[in-house]
Design a protein around this ligand. Structure first.
Ligand code: URA
Length: 197
């Protein structure tokens, strides 16, 4: 089975398992993820907003435009990377995702990572970071690559080692001058890290 077919199965499983059915009932789309199934770089945001819910694609609103600009600044585009969110349905009124919502989507996110087998996971914002490192503070660890081990009972490969780069969320940095500067600076490391064998 190709990686795209395996990803399609995970998407279908989210529907069949009725994950977060309360969110699903209020959302227009399941925003599963987009990009290259062979990507070396895997971005994880928080949850879809209004534009993403309407289009079914992650990061297509203002934060997504900023993300695209940062990708271009390191000579990458959306077709080179894979982008998803922890929570795959829009929370009403763009509220923060709840701990139980993040928990319910976790094993499907790990399955996506294990199918794609990226070299680098880039977490965007504290919600995404804290799924991997619950006690980490983004203001302290942003821009500092770390090694993480992932486990998933639902996939053949039980253990998977990957490099994690925590970054500020583009939506938070968009209108905050100093955070924006820091994010642009941290972002530059992506290419270098993802090229390490
Ligand atoms: N913010 C996110 O975290 N994800 C999106 O897809 C859009 C905005």
């Amino acid at each position: 089975m190709t990686k795209s077919e395996q990803l399609e199965q995970v998407k279908q499983k989210i529907i069949d398992d009725k994950v977060c059915s309360t969110l699903q009932a209020q959302a227009m789309s399941l925003v599963f993820g987009s990009g290259n199934p062979d990507a070396k770089i895997f971005f994880i945001g928080e949850a879809p907003g209004e534009a993403e819910d309407r289009s079914g694609e992650p990061f297509v609103g203002a934060a997504g435009k900023f993300l695209n600009e940062m990708l271009q600044s390191i000579n990458l585009n959306r077709a080179d990377v894979y982008i998803t969110n922890i929570v795959k349905y829009r929370p009403p009124n763009n509220r923060d995702p709840l701990p139980e919502e993040k928990q319910q989507f976790w094993s499907y996110l790990v399955d996506q990572i294990k199918i794609i087998q990226p070299r680098l996971i880039v977490t965007l914002g504290r919600h995404s970071l804290n799924c991997f490192e619950p006690a980490a503070k983004i203001s302290v660890v942003h821009g500092k690559p770390q090694s993480v081990t992932l486990f998933s009972p639902s996939h053949k490969i039980n253990k998977f080692e990957v490099i994690l780069l925590p970054l500020y969320h583009p939506a938070a940095a968009l209108y905050n001058g100093s955070m924006r500067k820091t994010l642009i600076e941290d972002f530059k490391q992506i290419k270098e890290i993802s090229n390490i064998k």
